[in-house]
Design a protein around this ligand. Structure first.
Ligand code: ZN
Length: 232
């Protein structure tokens, strides 16, 4: 572990699963029994906005009821104690990294607890519902949508992510299947710039062969163990 200064961590569904939050599964294309094309595309929102708003109103409720687990807490400790650069890039829309105390977090797929006004482009912290078409607190228009990156939309802050990957000495992927691009390509980006790469996952993933090392087990066990090791 010598000469590691800059760390980029990618987190996915596996880290929040132990907090009871389920997300889109690549294997069957279902998210809480809904087909992705019915709830997670711009076309779905145009076709049936009520269905989509109701779906994310429920996701928001689930997120508010969930609690961070030891994996979130371990990463928050690493964020607090790590003296070098660190960026937690999460594919998750929950705020469990932040509630555990992490600050250097980037939500590449948006946030359940955020509403985006399609009239004035403002974003608002949001814990209520959107199904009832509440007015935008900034402009008054009833034009709020979930601040979620849907399939076919560009993930947030890709330039910042690629810049961090280019500077990383260590890239760690936690609880993600390696199936959804562009995140699935981060390991190659980081390795191409000379970073060591580590995968922490429940089971071997599609991308496992691209990592220098893979450790298997529940995130709530293997993430705290790894953080302990890296801070030693
Ligand atoms: Zn507005």
């Amino acid at each position: 572990m010598t000469a590691i200064r800059n760390i980029v961590i990618l987190t996915g569904a596996g880290i929040s699963a132990e907090s009871g939050l389920r997300t889109f599964r690549a294997e069957d294309g279902l998210w809480e029994d809904h087909r992705v094309e019915d709830v997670a595309t711009p076309h779905a929102f145009r076709r049936d906005p009520e269905l989509v708003q109701r779906f994310y109103d429920l996701r928001r409720e689930n997120v508010l009821a969930a609690q961070p687990n030891p994996a979130h807490q371990a990463l928050a400790r690493l964020d607090r104690e790590w003296p070098g650069e660190l960026l937690i890039v999460t594919q998750n829309i929950d705020d469990l990294h932040e509630r555990a105390g992490a600050q250097r977090v980037l939500h590449m797929h948006g946030e359940a607890l955020s509403a985006w006004c399609t009239a004035c482009d403002a974003r608002h912290h949001w814990t209520g519902t959107l199904l009832d078409s509440p007015p935008c607190p900034a402009c008054g228009a009833a034009a709020l949508r979930p601040d979620i990156v849907w399939f076919g939309e560009m993930p947030y802050e890709m330039e910042r992510i690629f810049a961090a990957l280019a500077r990383a000495d260590l890239f760690v992927s936690i609880g993600t299947s390696g199936a959804v691009y562009p995140a699935a390509g981060f390991v190659q980006q980081a390795a191409g710039h000379g970073a060591r790469t580590l995968e922490l996952n429940l089971e071997r993933s599609l991308g496992s062969s691209m990592f220098d090392e893979t450790r298997l087990g529940p995130a709530s066990e293997i993430v705290p163990a790894w953080v302990e090791e890296v801070l030693r």
